[in-house]
Design a protein. Sequence first.
Length: 180
Amino acid sequence: MPLDPITDDDWPPALAHLKDSFIGRGNVYRVMAHHPALVSAWSGLRQHVVTRNALGDERLEVVILRVGHRLGAAYEWDHHVVRARKAGLSDRRIAAMRGAPDAMEGADALLARAVDDLVDHGRLSAGLQSGISTELGTEAMLDLIATVGFYTTLAFIVKSFDTPLDAEIAAELTRAPLAP
């Protein structure tokens, strides 16, 4: 059953203070706005995961792209193709997130394996914990887990409610489709 993004005309008064923030700009958050208390609580975690994490912009996008791919969340994949390009990832590197980790380079392979482990088993194996902790640090490892959980929830929402892709993302991908 689709749950349409809330329009400006129907914006909940309880979320008036968030309308001009990221919540008012993305269809996934406009869907979440059907539950003002949830999207309000979500806001703080989103700020950490997206802007204050220990992974850094490029690694964060690698993780999100892998989650979007693994969970079949086209909305998240498309959004983060655009964001990954802005973070400096090449189309080749972005497209690699749809493939086998063995075909990826360095930290991308490690991060993709970690996402796969979390998606497939709900935990990081001891070997991946060790590799990530050594390569990126403990805080980055915890932020990686939080990011996978955060974007897994968003994937459940966009897939459950057939959330439409935001017009500006669709236009950007039409203008510059992902190179194979």
